[in-house]
Design a protein around this ligand. Structure first.
Ligand code: SF4
Length: 87
């Protein structure tokens, strides 16, 4: 797998580049790389000048797994899911 395939499969990129007519852009966030820094939330907030407490882009934290045995390392994984408004 090439570095670019990590972000977009070749066939998806080729189909997108071959498409005629107006371009439609998209934002692809690979959740394996999201560290929950909220920079996207802050960038959106700055661009749209939203007031305090109003965020068009949120990042949620999801914890999956269990703390089964206190003597062992927990079997858990945390994912951050950025949720832009898609506008
Ligand atoms: S929180 Fe937003 S800016 Fe930070 S890594 Fe995740 S998607 Fe990127």
């Amino acid at each position: 797998m090439s570095e670019r395939e990590t972000f977009m499969p070749d066939e998806v990129l080729a189909a997108s580049l071959a498409k005629k007519g107006p371009k439609q852009y998209t934002l692809w966030v690979d959740l394996e790389y999201c560290v929950g820094c909220h920079a996207c939330t802050m960038a959106c907030k700055a661009e749209n000048n939203t007031p305090l407490g109003v965020d068009y882009n949120r990042v949620t934290e999801v914890e999956i797994g269990e703390f089964k045995d206190p003597q062992k390392s927990p079997d858990v994984r945390v994912y951050f899911i950025p949720m832009p408004c898609m506008h």
